[in-house]
Design a binder for this molecule. Structure first.
Ligand code: MN
Length: 205
């Protein structure tokens, strides 16, 4: 035991109440999503790496070499990271429009914020089945991508690789209680609860 430290991950604290994103994202969905789904990804990730030859490393380092890991680490490590990001890039009473450096970058990459929103929404809407849509920083440019399941742009298996700045969960568990099959309405609601300060922080990192 002397020098070995077991690598394990834990559920991050949510910075707002389950009801804080109402009416856009309902409290019941938030509670189940956070306490059941996110918690399960973490438990399953810890189970998958338990007893393995895991040195102390960040989730980002694991994801960067995910092709070398078993599917359980890919699925649950992605689920762990993606939901951490999702909770952080949303906030109650947040400014509903990007500003500062990230606004400049969005205008440069997409022409306008509305053109960006349209392209991002389309990526989220057209992701078949379960997955995510992303705003990705790649070098000095911004791109939009989408991934299946719990994959993300940090993974060496991703079609578009880079740093995720913004991500929307389009698994049905993210919206079905309130929106049922109306994914487009959930995507529209998402724009009202984005924490653009956090997105800009990630852009400047
Ligand atoms: Mn989810």
């Amino acid at each position: 035991m002397e020098n070995t430290k077991t690598l394990s991950f834990s559920l991050p604290k949510l910075k707002y109440e389950y009801s804080a994103l109402e009416p856009y994202i309902d409290a019941r969905t938030m509670e189940i999503h956070y306490t059941k789904h996110h918690a399960a990804y973490i438990n399953n990730l810890n189970a998958a790496i338990e007893g393995g030859t895991y040195t102390e490393q960040s989730i980002e380092e694991i994801l960067a070499h995910i092709s070398q890991h078993i599917p359980a680490v890919r699925n649950n490590g992605g689920g762990y990271y993606n939901h951490n990001l999702y909770w952080e890039i949303m906030a109650p009473y947040s400014a509903s429009e990007p500003k500062g450096k990230v606004l400049d970058a969005l205008n440069a990459a997409f022409g306008s914020v509305s053109a960006f929103k349209e392209a991002f929404s389309k990526a989220a809407l057209t992701r078949f089945g379960s997955g995510w849509a992303w705003l990705v920083k790649k070098g000095s440019s911004l791109l939009i991508s989408s991934t299946p399941n719990q994959d993300n742009p940090l993974m060496d298996v991703a079609e578009v690789q880079g740093t995720p700045l913004l991500g929307i969960d389009v698994w049905e568990h993210a919206y079905y209680l309130k929106y049922q099959n109306r994914r487009a309405e959930y995507i529209e609601a998402f724009w009202h609860v984005i924490n653009w300060d956090e997105v800009e922080k990630r852009y400047l990192r």
